[in-house]
Design a protein around this ligand. Structure first.
Ligand SMILES: NC(=O)c1ccc[n+]([C@@H]2O[C@H](COP(=O)([O-])OP(=O)(O)OC[C@H]3O[C@@H](n4cnc5c(N)ncnc54)[C@H](O)[C@@H]3O)[C@@H](O)[C@H]2O)c1
Length: 384
């Protein structure tokens, strides 16, 4: 595998003419034998850690790869302590070779951290979405960034369908009544609807967006999708979803909008005050993609004014969400911590994917091509 680390100033020529680079200018990722220092940053499970032997996505479970790594002579450090100059992660930045992090408890890999990480070669995301990494800085430093593409897409699509139903049926106030001893049918029924016949638009119809469209089909909705790429006609026919080239033309048609794009320079803040105003009054929005695709205050304001009738999702910025995050307090929200892609099934899949990539890294083999987010100084196409 020809993954390199190169000098920042020369990255442009590095990307365009990498095959002709001399070995004095770059350093082979796999060539050096011997022990590697691998650091994993995961959420801590405390008293929940021992409740399920397959709970591998937490600090205690450590992706289930500790024995395997240590038996090969590698050092494996796992922590949840990721913020601030004195955190555990910071102590290991200067000499780690591989950093594994997850979107659920993201280790923010800034340009400053990358600069300090002189031995770093590989950044692996246990899950999908590597926006917690400064991808341009990683590319400029010649690092490889890879994620376990596809590992939790079913988990997220199922969760989105659940959140759509929770919002459409106005489920949460009823649940709160049930637990608090109340009984007031009218307080729920005056804004509860069927999903059938509603127009649902997904912004982004990649792996998750398509799975959601397939799952929505039996509900007899009108399905729309906006993406930078049109779907294969066969899949379009199968889902019955219509392509909308212009996002701003799709939004006013939708009763429900679901966000399914990655967080990139093009999607950061995509849903600001002006774009939210283009949505139908009373729109429901589900966002399990990334919090920073939305202008957080604009969403909270539109929920308060009633322009957004309900907002649900599991992604925030930053994570963990601060206690005063406006989405915690806005009306008609169906928010949770970042959980949709970390079901036990998903954990087993992304743990296996990380192990496979580490194994390939040790052996000097290529990763499955769809896993690369940054390779040889170049960002994957949707991040460019
Ligand atoms: N909440 C969770 O637990 C969780 C889990 C997995 C993924 N995610 C998020 O969901 C995102 C999507 O995952 P996926 O597996 O479907 O990815 P994917 O790469 O298969 O699909 C992304 C789609 O978005 C489209 N897209 C990208 N930029 C766009 C733009 N500017 N305008 C319009 N369309 C654009 C792409 O063309 C692609 O079809 C991830 O990047 C991640 O941020 C969240």
């Amino acid at each position: 595998m020809a993954m390199k680390r190169a000098a920042t100033s020369a990255i442009k020529s590095f990307a365009s003419s990498r095959n002709s680079l001399s070995s004095t200018f770059t350093r082979d990722l796999h060539a050096s034998p011997g022990s590697k220092k691998i650091v994993g940053v995961f959420y801590k499970a405390n008293e929940y850690a021992s409740l399920n032997p397959n709970f591998v996505g937490c600090v205690e479970g450590a992706l289930g790869i500790r024995e395997w790594l240590e038996s090969q002579g590698h050092q494996y450090i796992v922590t949840d302590d990721k913020e601030g100059p004195d955190c555990e992660l910071e102590k290991h930045i200067p000499d780690l070779h591989v950093l594994i992090s997850t979107p659920f408890h993201p280790a923010y890999v800034t340009a400053e951290r990358i600069k300090k990480a002189k031995n770093l070669q590989l950044l692996l995301t246990a899950g999908i979405g590597s926006d917690h990494i400064d991808l341009n800085a990683a590319a400029a430093a010649g690092l490889t960034v890879a994620e376990v593409t596809g590992s939790n897409v079913v988990s997220v699509a199922e969760d989105e369908l659940m959140r759509i139903l929770i919002l459409v049926r106005n489920f949460l106030p009823g649940y709160h009544q049930a637990s608090s001893g109340d009984w007031n049918v009218a307080a729920i029924a005056h804004r509860a609807y069927d999903l059938e016949g509603k127009t649902v638009g997904t912004v982004g119809a990649g792996r998750i967006g398509r799975l959601l469209l397939q799952r929505l089909k039996p509900f007899n909705c009108n399905l729309l999708y906006h993406d930078r790429l049109k779907m294969d006609p066969e899949l379009e026919k199968q889902t019955g979803a219509k392509f909308e080239e212009d996002l701003d033309a799709m939004l006013p048609k939708c009763d429900i909008v679901v966000i399914n794009t990655p967080l990139t320079d093009k999607t950061r803040g995509l849903f600001d005050k002006e774009r939210i105003a283009k949505c139908k009054k009373g729109v429901l929005i589900v966002n399990n993609a990334r919090g920073a695709i939305m202008d957080a205050q604009a969403v909270a304001d539109a929920c308060s004014s009633g322009h957004i009738a309900g907002y649900g999702g599991d992604v925030w910025y930053p994570q963990p969400a601060p206690k005063d995050h406006p989405w915690r307090y806005m009306p008609n929200q169906a928010m949770t911590p970042h959980i949709s892609g970390t079901t036990i099934d998903a954990q087993l899949r992304y743990a296996a994917g990380v192990k496979d990539m580490l194994d390939r890294y040790f052996k000097g083999e290529e990763f499955p091509p769809q896993h690369y987010i940054v390779k040889e100084g170049k960002l994957a196409s949707q991040y460019q």
